[in-house]
Design a protein around this ligand. Structure first.
Ligand code: ADP
Length: 484
């Protein structure tokens, strides 16, 4: 299949206003995870291309983009959002082919990307500083200023959504960005760069350099002229990024995934909870930072919930992304091996139910049938480690304290939810659960472009999404004027 996102040559990088081949001339193959065939070649950017991209971002920051007013920045973001919607079918198809996610889920990501652009377009001129009462004869105020050049290293699981929340917020407050998409899935990042260009974003305000993590990613995170880093991906690479940020003493936002629990009390509305419990585990084949891979349920209703979830699992179908079933393939054969390794480690647990890989799914696709396990050991690997595949465990608890202890008993802390009709318990759990987002009687709140998001512990630090992200992409300057 020859893929040309928006007519572009995917083996090129966006640097300044131009699409150019990487200096080394090297490319990497991009694989369609639904059938294992090559989609196209992408640029294998390296340090030289990153240097050019950072220089171009710096020039934009010191030039026209740095001088743009908040209103002008907002308008260009709004135009990008409009173009995203105008190209929604093509973008959804690219994302489905590239990531392997079912088409409907890819379309939801396109809509979310447009929403991020709309949200940050509207927010661009709403961020302001404060005046601070001080000594007699002084006027003191604060200015929120962009960092300068921001580096964005993103993963393959939700390229469009993560571009929206990260690049969208950074641009809204006037940073110039260098985006390094993942080598497994970068077509919509390229398309986004082109749409931004067509929308009139000044040259260099957004540069896109695909390439391998160890080359392009490492070069971007180590670059001395980058003023802020934001990274979404694995804990291991997150540590490398934080180490690079430490070398250059630059702020860094890390979103590194989780082992997010949903806690179901005995008084919960099971019918309302059921779709959330399952969908939060299998959406994007479980390759979601905020996937809910642990379901905690009161022991008195353990069997009932396990049966109900098993009923759903046995109806789940995995197949090619464009067939738009419940679950697509995993992003790569490598990811499939990792997930199968975890499933093998669940050999000592009770396998409650499995989904099905459809009979005509191509041999070369990276398919894994969804699996649901009953787990009476909260310390089990499947209840502790992030699998990043369509695997959930159901764990019983005795009482509220026990539930909180299990829920908080991993090294992660990204998202949690609590299902109960007891209002006081909802409030207690909202405080006690260790997570950056807590949902009460729902999970995920529909994606939540407006809702601050980020974690604690191994899930990372810093907040993206919502208005809160704008604080992370700015630094605060205090001005004290003495006038007598
Ligand atoms: P996953 O394990 O889920 O593929 P990674 O954390 O490896 O996730 O990748 C997320 C992003 O980090 C990708 O864009 C990848 O290219 C990039 N990356 C991988 N290794 C490095 C590295 N050493 N330095 C900087 N970026 C990296």
């Amino acid at each position: 299949m020859d893929i040309r996102p928006l007519g572009l040559d995917p083996s090129h990088c966006l640097i300044g206003a131009e699409w150019i081949a990487p200096k080394s001339g090297q490319t990497l193959p991009l694989i369609n995870p639904s059938d294992g065939t090559a989609l196209c070649d992408i640029a294998a950017g390296d340090a030289e291309d990153i240097n050019a991209a950072v220089a171009s971002a710096r020039a934009a920051f010191e030039g026209p983009w740095g001088r743009a007013t908040a209103v002008e920045r907002g308008r260009v973001l709004a135009r990008i959002g409009q173009l995203v919607l105008e190209h929604k079918d093509e973008l959804a198809r690219l994302e489905a082919l590239d990531v392997g996610k079912p088409y409907k889920q890819a379309m939801a990501d396109v809509v979310a990307l447009a929403r991020y652009m709309e949200f940050y377009a509207g927010a661009a001129d709403k961020l302001h500083g404060q005046t601070i009462p001080y000594l007699d004869g002084y006027t003191v105020y604060t200015l929120r200023e962009p960092h300068g050049v921001t580096g964005h290293i993103i993963p393959w699981n939700y390229p469009m959504q993560i571009i929206g929340r990260s690049v969208g917020a950074a641009l809204a407050v006037g940073n110039a960005c260098v985006l390094k998409p993942a080598e497994e899935a970068c077509l919509t990042a390229l398309a986004f760069g082109e749409l931004a260009r067509r929308a009139g974003l000044p040259a260099g305000a957004l540069n896109v350099v695909p390439g391998a993590g160890a080359q392009a990613g490492a070069a971007l995170s180590a670059h001395e002229d980058v003023d802020h880093l934001s990274f979404t991906g694995s804990v291991g690479v997150g540590k490398l990024i934080q180490t690079s940020a430490a070398e250059n003493i630059v702020p860094v936002t890390l979103e590194l995934g989780g082992k997010s629990p949903q806690v179901v009390f005995e008084d919960a509305d099971f019918d309302a909870a059921l779709p959330f419990l399952v969908n939060a585990g299998i959406q994007n084949a479980g390759q979601t930072c905020s996937a809910s891979s642990r379901i905690l349920v009161h022991e008195s209703r353990f069997d009932e919930l396990l049966n109900a979830m098993s009923g759903r699992y046995t109806s789940l179908k995995a197949g090619p992304a464009l067939d738009d079933l419940d679950v697509g393939p995993l992003v790569s054969q490598r990811q499939k091996q990792i997930v199968e390794g975890f499933i093998a480690k669940g050999g000592d647990l009770e396998l409650a139910a499995s989904g099905e890989i459809v009979g005509d799914a191509p041999e070369g696709g990276a398919y894994v049938a969804p699996r649901l396990f009953a787990c009476h050991e909260p310390d089990h690997t499947l209840a502790q480690d992030e699998v990043f595949g369509p695997v959930q465990v159901v764990i019983p608890f005795r009482d509220e304290d026990h539930a909180v202890a299990i829920a908080n008993g991993t090294r992660y802390g990204l998202v949690a939810s609590c299902w109960t009709r007891d209002g006081a318990r909802q409030m207690r759990l909202a405080r006690k659960l260790r997570a950056g987002q807590v949902f009460l009687n729902n999970y995920g709140a529909g994606g939540g472009v407006e809702l601050p998001f980020g974690g604690t512990g191994l899930s990372g630090h810093g907040r993206e999404k919502g208005f809160e992200a704008l604080y992370g992409f700015t630094s605060l300057k205090t001005v004290a004027a003495y006038h007598g």
